[in-house]
Design a binder for this molecule. Structure first.
Ligand code: AMP
Ligand code: MG
Length: 326
């Protein structure tokens, strides 16, 4: 079986092709890099519209398949930016109708978890999903992926990117801050906001910017933001693992590429006799392969969607999905 997946919830448009063993035959993408300020949804959508067809052709080329060989077309149905979602859904519908193959809409957050299960040895993990717009602790319970904790305001990646941008660094800021943090050593006081199972990051952003204006070094700030924010995330993840008596933690989302976060989550897992799993970086960020793989799982389990059912949902909740494939 071959599935093609199109991802386009935010700044990234990606196309992936996978087979029934979760072998990733192709996974290509293109990212909008705003020259100034944040992502503008309409501009990102225009970018996706321009790039999606070349990416589909490129993916087929890399996978060395004919588009006619595809068994299912999957796309990111939400959550995400409306104009981006609609652009990608339109491309997926056109492709599915042209090839006369089934189409399935995939929940983006669920896809981050499924690709991790697909390419690592994790079987039933607690997912710490840390990306630009999303920050959630997700685990499977009673037929659904349930959100055990999440950010109450902005996603962690968003916080890192905004801080970097305000300090004159390029987008995306997360990887740049990771490099700076390696040369920092003084832990500056930042708000540690854990509320039960949830976290919040906007107070940390404000406090870090205030410290910057009063002369704190970028290295110490990057270090302090990472130590504080990642400790918050590890705390709520550990609480979910303890509650569920679960001994696997899976990292997903672009921020999961951060070595310090991997180290801290790995340490937390080891201390409680659990294991940590991290997919390769290209499968951590928003990507088409995870959409293709989740679409394939859904299709194989009998999920069928009419074109009418493929309307996008900007606020598509993780626990709205009936996980019939598990
Ligand atoms: P995603 O939304 O899942 O595509 O991930 C994009 C986010 O991941 C952006 O906010 C990036 O700043 C962040 N990111 C990527 N690499 C790293 C890294 N090494 N450390 C921290 N954040 C990162
Ligand atoms: Mg994502």
């Amino acid at each position: 079986m071959l599935a093609l997946g199109i991802e386009g919830t935010a700044h990234n448009v990606g196309v992936g092709i996978v087979d029934e063993k979760c072998r990733v035959l192709a996974n290509v993408y293109d990212m909008v890099r705003p020259e100034k300020g944040g992502i503008h949804p309409r501009e990102a959508a225009n970018h996706h519209a321009e790039m999606v067809v070349p990416l589909i052709l490129k993916a087929a080329d890399i996978a060395a398949i004919d588009l006619a060989d595809l068994d299912v077309i999957a796309f990111s149905q939400g959550p995400g930016l409306g104009p981006c979602l609609r652009t990608v859904a339109t491309a997926a519908r056109a492709l599915a109708l042209t090839l006369d193959v089934p189409i399935v809409g995939v929940n983006h957050c669920v896809a981050h978890l499924e690709i991790g299960r697909g390419v690592t040895d994790a079987r039933d993990p607690v997912l710490l999903y840390v990306s630009g717009g999303n920050t959630q602790v997700i685990a499977f319970a009673r037929g659904r992926y349930r959100v055990f904790g999440e950010t109450l305001d902005i996603g962690i990646g968003n916080m890192l990117d905004k801080f970097a941008r305000e300090c004159g660094l390029a987008f995306p800021g997360g990887p740049i801050l990771e490099k700076l943090a390696a040369d920092g050593g003084t832990l500056l006081p930042l708000p540690y906001s854990v509320k039960g199972m949830d976290v919040a990051f906007s107070g940390m952003l404000t406090a870090a910017l205030t410290l910057r204006r009063s002369g704190a070094s970028m290295e110490d700030l990057a270090f302090s933001i990472q130590e504080t924010a990642f400790a918050m995330l590890c705390e709520v993840t550990e609480r979910a693992m303890a509650h569920l008596e679960n001994d696997e933690v899976l990292l997903g989302g672009g921020v999961a590429r951060n070595r310090r976060l991997q180290e801290m989550a790995g340490r937390m897992a080891a201390d409680r006799g659990a294991k940590m799993f991290v997919p390769p970086g290209e499968l951590c960020i928003d990507n088409g392969a995870m959409i293709a793989w989740t679409g394939l799982l859904m299709h194989r389990a009998g999920v069928r969607m009419s074109v009418e059912e493929t309307v996008v949902d900007q606020r598509f909740r993780t626990d709205d999905v009936d996980v019939v494939w598990r």
